[in-house]
Write a protein that binds this ligand. Structure first.
Ligand code: 13P
Ligand code: ZN
Length: 285
């Protein structure tokens, strides 16, 4: 089968377009990676070429050795992925050691995988270890999430709790909460390690003053997670533009009522008692 006819490529590029349509991908902002299933590799490998040179990943991901990934190209625009996939994205395979990659399809006019490849692969590695079915890692620049990193403490518990209170469905969609990473130089191993540490237990990481990462088992789940967090962040930005204290909100006890009917277990660390009612107050314990 041709890569361009595959359901995988359609799902991948549709997600890029959806993110662009949301306004999360100015210029070349954001990137997407997908860890391919064996049957997907088998169906498409007739189109692969194994002549390109092996390049260093800049990190080690031994648990992903010999696997194949669809990834967006560095400097490429998400708005072009659906129309011109061969020029803007690629399929890579990793070597026997999980330290090198080779482009086997795509980027026909030259180029390399996203500069955030170390973070994507390190995330995909820790995610695979906790759930074999997690295959998608998505990075974008969602406006309201980024805005909040200037006014909320860069603290997992506070950031998560404030977002949780903005929509009842938030703790249902991501009961393990959000991890917040302070400003770090992007495009390298250090920020990749910090993000992978979050992804060991959570599906969502915020990069202060930059953007966000989400992981999931398929494109719908991963896009839906980003969409849910960004929507709640938008509500919070609106609330904060009116007041620094809420008159009404969802209480910890009300959050706990969600656990049983929705089959979730909201991490109790986020359900601390509020003392002052100010948005962004730190927990007392
Ligand atoms: P790339 O164009 O290399 O994917 O980088 C975009 C980006 O958002 C970096 O964080
Ligand atoms: Zn970015």
């Amino acid at each position: 089968m041709k890569v361009t006819d595959s359901k995988l490529l359609k799902g991948f590029t549709r997600m890029c377009q959806d993110g662009f349509d949301q306004g999360w991908h100015e210029r070349n902002g954001g990137n997407l990676s997908y860890r391919m299933k064996e049957e997907e590799v088998k169906a498409l490998e007739g189109e692969f070429s194994f002549d390109a040179e092996w390049k260093e990943l800049g990190t080690e991901v031994p648990a992903l050795k010999n696997e194949y990934f669809m990834v967006t190209g560095s400097g490429k625009y998400m708005r072009n992925m659906e129309t011109f996939p061969e020029e803007n994205l690629c399929i890579i395979r990793l070597d026997e050691t999980g330290t090198k990659y080779q482009i086997v399809w795509g980027l026909v006019d030259g180029g390399k995988p996203t500069s955030e490849l170390p973070t994507h692969l390190m995330n995909l590695e820790v995610c695979k270890k906790r759930d074999e079915n997690i295959r998608v890692v998505y990075h974008c620049h969602p406006t309201n999430v980024i805005a909040l990193t200037y006014v909320l403490p860069l603290n997992d518990r506070v950031f998560t709790r404030e977002i949780f209170e903005m929509a009842t469905e938030c703790p249902v969609v991501f009961p393990k909460g959000i991890g917040v990473i302070p400003w770090l130089l992007c495009g390298g191993k250090l920020i990749g390690e910090a993000t992978a540490k979050v992804m060991e237990t959570k599906d969502f990481a915020v990069w202060a003053h930059h953007g966000a990462f989400a992981c999931g088992t398929d494109f719908d789940i991963t896009f839906g997670l980003m969409h849910t967090v960004e929507k709640a962040a938008e509500v919070l930005v609106k609330v904060m533009s009116m007041t620094d204290r809420k008159l009404n909100t969802i209480t910890p006890q009300q959050f706990r009522e969600l656990n049983e009917p929705f089959g979730i277990e909201i991490d109790e660390q986020f359900l601390y008692e509020r003392k002052t009612g100010f948005i962004g107050e730190m927990p007392q314990d």
